[in-house]
Design a protein around this ligand. Structure first.
Ligand code: NI
Length: 163
């Protein structure tokens, strides 16, 4: 089921998302709906607060297949990289964001099993962007120079950058 994506400045986007106590069938359903919603948008990442659920669930898909993470925590980060980011909650807005280039993240997967993911490049940026959503942070908060925040009408080429 495709879920409705809320838009900035909806206050849900500013709340701290609650940890998930257990990966119940209801959470699995939410994960599957979030993956469907992300693919339909289309986007490369989606956090539960973006679909009006203030809980710690994210899904990502940089093109290699979807991955769901429950209660994700960044254990380590290093390096530095800049990608131009967008967000499904701020349609048409894009800006360069500096983030760690390498992250190690622990979480529970769709089966409720503990997983650790170590990655770099664009997936590292996507994970940081989505985990920020769980803390009520949106990507424009991270832009060092507000003059670099641009409004760009959506085009085919830009769609894959939406997180
Ligand atoms: Ni986003």
């Amino acid at each position: 089921m495709i879920l409705k994506i809320i838009k900035f400045p909806n206050p849900v986007l500013r709340k701290k998302a609650k940890p998930v106590k257990k990966v119940t069938p209801e959470i699995v359903k939410l994960i599957d709906d979030m993956i469907e919603t992300m693919h339909a948008a289309p986007g490369v990442g989606l956090a539960a607060p973006q679909v009006n659920r203030s809980i710690q669930v994210i899904v990502v898909d940089p093109g290699a297949g979807p991955l769901a993470l429950v209660n994700p925590k960044i254990l380590e980060k290093s390096g530095c990289q800049v990608f131009t980011e967008g967000c499904l909650c701020l349609p048409g807005v894009e800006a360069p964001v500096e983030r760690a280039s390498h992250v190690k993240v622990k979480a529970l997967d769709r089966d409720g099993q503990a997983v650790t993911i170590e990655t770099d490049g664009f997936l590292a940026t996507i994970l940081q962007h989505e985990i920020d959503h769980l803390a009520g942070i949106v990507f424009i908060d991270k832009v060092k120079n507000p003059a670099l925040i641009k409004y760009v009408p959506r085009t085919q080429e830009k769609k894959e950058e939406l997180l």
